[in-house]
Design a protein. Structure first.
Length: 198
């Protein structure tokens, strides 16, 4: 009797995660203090000396002419240069009679408005500094993810592909396709689905 011997090949345990899945987890592990995004956050964290200047917003008062209206303007500056201007208003009414409370609401609204507009300018300043000093962190993260390999097909894609293969392929062709499903990338699975559906 003739016996055929097949070479042994390593078989991955179904319990062990796929190497690509492990790589993806590593790339997204922001608990690691050496992760590129953590390094970038540390680089960007610094102390800013900002000043907030509040003044009565006479332009808003004269434009609206609403009884009981109070208006405040806030200019947020860094190193003497304005970053953002905010406006806050409140109305003194029978329901809201407290002068202090209404004033505080108005001041806080102006400050938050100024901070909101200053964020856009701060982002622009950071980007300018960013371009001059180092490569983009996002590029590093994306490169790290790309270096780890392609993203595997999702479970939904695999299940749908199995149905399509059983529906459109002969038994021998179907077995061959089914044996390859677990190693398909997201993009390959998508292309294969389109091939069967069209």
């Amino acid at each position: 009797m003739n016996q055929t011997t097949y070479p042994n090949r390593p078989v991955r345990s179904p319990i062990q995660p796929h190497p690509v899945e492990l790589a993806r987890k590593k790339a997204m592990d922001t608990q690691d203090s050496e992760h590129p995004i953590r390094k970038e956050i540390r680089r960007l964290c610094e102390t800013f000396n900002l000043s907030a200047t509040f003044s009565e917003d006479t332009g808003t008062l004269s434009a609206l002419k609403t009884p009981g209206l109070i208006a405040v303007k806030c200019v947020l500056s860094k190193d003497g240069k304005p970053l953002g201007v905010g406006h806050g208003t409140a109305i003194l009414t029978r329901i809201n009679k407290s002068i202090e409370r209404t004033s505080f609401i108005c001041l806080n609204a102006a400050f938050l408005s100024a901070a909101n507009s200053a964020c856009k300018v701060m982002d622009s300043l950071r980007l300018d500094a960013y371009d001059k000093t180092s490569p983009r962190a996002f590029g590093e993260v994306r490169k790290a993810t790309e270096d780890e390999g392609p993203v595997l097909a999702s479970d939904k894609q695999k299940a749908y592909l199995q149905q399509l293969i059983r529906l459109h392929c002969s038994e021998s062709d179907g077995e061959q396709w089914l044996s390859q499903i677990d190693d398909l990338t997201l993009e390959e699975a998508s292309q294969l689905i389109q091939r069967f559906v069209s």
